[in-house]
Design a protein around this ligand. Structure first.
Ligand SMILES: Cc1cc2nc3c(=O)[nH]c(=O)nc-3n(C[C@H](O)[C@H](O)[C@H](O)COP(=O)(O)OP(=O)(O)OC[C@H]3O[C@@H](n4cnc5c(N)ncnc54)[C@H](O)[C@@H]3O)c2cc1C
Length: 606
């Protein structure tokens, strides 16, 4: 080196870092070197795969598990064509990037977080099957058939023919039992993929599962979180949509998406016909029995099972009205009357507020602690970055938001949430203090990770505060906590501390049972037990026993019972995960091999 030479070292940009990592990763995969590829991951790293590598929903936790998965799957998957999408970003020592890729049979989209030059989190998702793409954009059908076609069918005639034959002379590939938002959204995706599907719904109209709920109900989640697949809400749609408006949207959606939606149809029994290798599903449609023989059966009956109504001594002697929250029509009839609401989660709070607004004298009976998340704080602190007008303005629509959300492995998700709820505690300290002074038992989840983790782990135990907490804090709604109802009397209830509350109305806002009780009734208790517990992560917290699962039990992925699937969740989850469930079903219909990597064993019966 001469004295005039200068050494310039430039730090690579985030995009250069991500591109370099991706190129080395792609080269290792192309060379079939699972160990070289795995060495690009940190010791504590996570690879979440939604169908593309594993034909499963799985998170490999740690370099060793990543290596094992790659060693098992690489030859079959044949990943290739990794391309960075847009610029990578860097914040707090973490570089983030998006990329596309291909496998032998599919195209995918992924997300990468690098820490100290090694992958920390890695997400791979299947977007479409090669040769079986949705007919959208440049692939869209013409509609009109120009030219001369003797015996041509109009669109209407073709639809009418399909409606008259599917389920009768033609058998569907898929039957979805349950036509709430879950069944409808999945049905729309399957329709786009050309998978003949019938959705069975016992209610008279699509959307009735929302219409039938108590009349004050509005969605607790904001509009940006709630879009259905393909057809987002108009941009003047309310932030929190009233339930009947959701019902009307779902009904219209069903029609616009050309779904084979059998309303007023009850699924009575289903059994797997070993000889035919198809399900036999007995339904009653408008009073007429029909037997359907689909290859695949999806249960989309809601995340909750049957209403939980506690058996309380003396309940049969009550002279007033008593019902579960799911049967509560609204508070109109209770002006000047005394109401007791047993329970302290979402429905309990909504119903208390509704009764109070209608002039009833209301008491909430709180048996165990509840997490309260004030809606404004939740929107701003927890959801705002991904699902809000500001997020949309900064280029994060719900598609992107769903993937960012999915990119955080469940194992470490709580660590992202704890600071949010720490901030909520500070911001809403006054409300929390006054609630506690009123006797309300508060919690923030066992590890302080708040609402969404409680939802994932146990599906209950919280209220998104849209006003009822103030009524409790200021005493407008009376509160009796740390007690239960020991006995129901003709005109009152006796609490476990011996005190008595007179009441004309008793509402059991006591939640729902396990969702696979549906399976027990509609298929058999044995099949329900083989499928095992649904939902929950195995976090070893209340109502979510271990062992750790890494993904939600049985949801949207192969269950221990072949050709039987479970779909559901809130609007966001139904939208997002229906993509992966629909691709799994389409692949099976097309005879594409779908070897499931490490199907999750069931550790709990129901
Ligand atoms: C009070 C309340 C408020 C909620 N607020 C929100 C919210 O703000 N945002 C959100 O995302 N989620 C909310 N949820 C959760 C909500 O339950 C789900 O988002 C949604 O209803 C789930 O849709 P689904 O299609 O999975 O189930 P469901 O809507 O429950 O649909 C299941 C369908 O199956 C039908 N069915 C049942 N048995 C049979 C049978 N044997 N044959 C035929 N059909 C059958 C039922 O009639 C029903 O229509 C709320 C729930 C409650 C109870």
């Amino acid at each position: 080196m001469t004295s005039t030479d200068t050494v310039t070292t430039t730090t690579p940009t985030p995009t250069e870092q991500a591109a370099d990592w991706l190129a080395r990763f792609a080269a290792a995969l192309a060379a079939g070197q699972a160990d070289t590829a795995a060495a690009l991951f940190g010791e504590d790293s996570y690879w979440r795969d939604l169908v593309s590598f594993t034909w499963n929903l799985r998170t490999e936790e740690g370099r060793g598990a990543i290596h094992e998965m790659l060693a098992a799957r690489l030859a079959d998957v044949q990943p290739s064509n990794f391309q960075l999408q847009g610029d990578a970003t860097e914040a707090g020592g973490i570089t983030e990037a998006w990329f596309t890729f291909e496998t032998a049979v599919a195209r995918g989209l992924g997300h990468l977080r690098l820490m100290n030059g090694l992958a920390w989190t890695f997400l791979t998702t299947m977007v479409e099957l090669k040769g079986h793409e949705e007919k959208k954009g440049t692939r869209r059908i013409k509609g009109a058939e120009h030219g001369v076609h003797p015996g041509r069918q109009t669109w209407l005639e073709a639809r009418q023919h399909e409606a008259a034959t599917l389920g009768y002379t033609e058998q569907p590939e898929v039957v979805i039992i349950g036509g709430g938002q879950g069944g409808i959204g999945l049905g729309a995706r399957l329709r786009r993929l050309g998978v003949p599907t019938i959705i069975i719904e016992k209610n008279a109209r699509a959307g009735d599962s929302w219409r039938n709920r108590y009349k004050s109900l509005c969605l607790h989640d904001p509009v940006w979180y709630d879009h259905m697949p393909y057809l987002p809400f108009p941009d003047d749609w309310p932030v929190f949509c009233p339930k009947d408006k959701v019902g009307d949207w779902l009904e219209s959606y069903t029609k616009l998406m050309e779904l084979n939606y059998w309303s007023s149809t009850v699924a009575e029994k289903a059994r797997w016909d070993e000889d035919a290798q198809r399900w036999e599903v007995r339904v009653v449609r408008d009073g007429q029995p029909v037997t359907l023989r689909p290859k695949q059966l999806v249960f989309a009956l809601g995340v909750s099972g049957y209403a939980n109504v506690p058996k309380i001594p003396g309940a049969e002697t009550f002279l007033g009205q008593q019902h579960h929250s799911s049967k509560h029509p609204g508070g109109d009839a209770w002006r000047g009357k005394k109401a007791v609401v047993l329970g302290s989660n979402n429905s309990a709070h909504d119903i208390c507020a509704d009764l109070w607004e209608n002039g009833a004298d209301v008491t909430m009976v709180q048996r165990s602690s509840t997490h309260i998340a004030p809606s404004d704080s939740l929107m701003e602190l927890a959801l705002g970055g991904l699902y809000s007008e500001q997020a949309v303005a900064s280029g994060i629509d719900h598609h992107k938001a769903d993937l960012v959300f999915a990119s955080v492995p469940y194992k470490i998700m709580h660590t992202f949430h704890i600071p949010v709820y720490e901030e909520m505690k500070r911001r809403d300290a006054d409300l929390y203090r006054r609630l506690e002074e009123a006797g309300f038992m508060l919690d923030f989840g066992e590890d302080g990770s708040g609402l969404f983790m409680k939802y994932l782990r146990r599906g209950s135990g919280y209220y998104i505060d849209v006003g009822a907490s103030e009524l409790i804090a200021n005493g407008s709604v009376h509160l009796r906590s740390r007690v239960d109802i020991a006995r129901v009397n003709p005109t009152s209830v006796t609490l476990t501390d011996g005190s008595e509350l007179p009441c004309d109305l008793l509402v059991y806002a006591t939640g729902y049972g396990s969702m696979n009780n549906w399976l027990a009734d509609l298929v058999s208790p044995e099949v329900a037990d083989r499928v095992g517990k649904c939902w929950g992560l195995g976090s070893a917290t209340t109502k979510d026993p271990g062992p750790w699962e890494g993904e939600l039990r049985n949801m949207w992925k192969p269950t221990p019972v072949d050709n039987l699937w479970i779909h559901g969740g809130n609007l966001h989850q139904s939208r997002h995960y229906s993509q992966f469930l629909s691709l799994q079903l389409k692949a099976r219909m097309e005879g594409i091999p779908t070897p499931v990597y490490k199907p999750a064993p069931s550790h709990h019966r129901r």
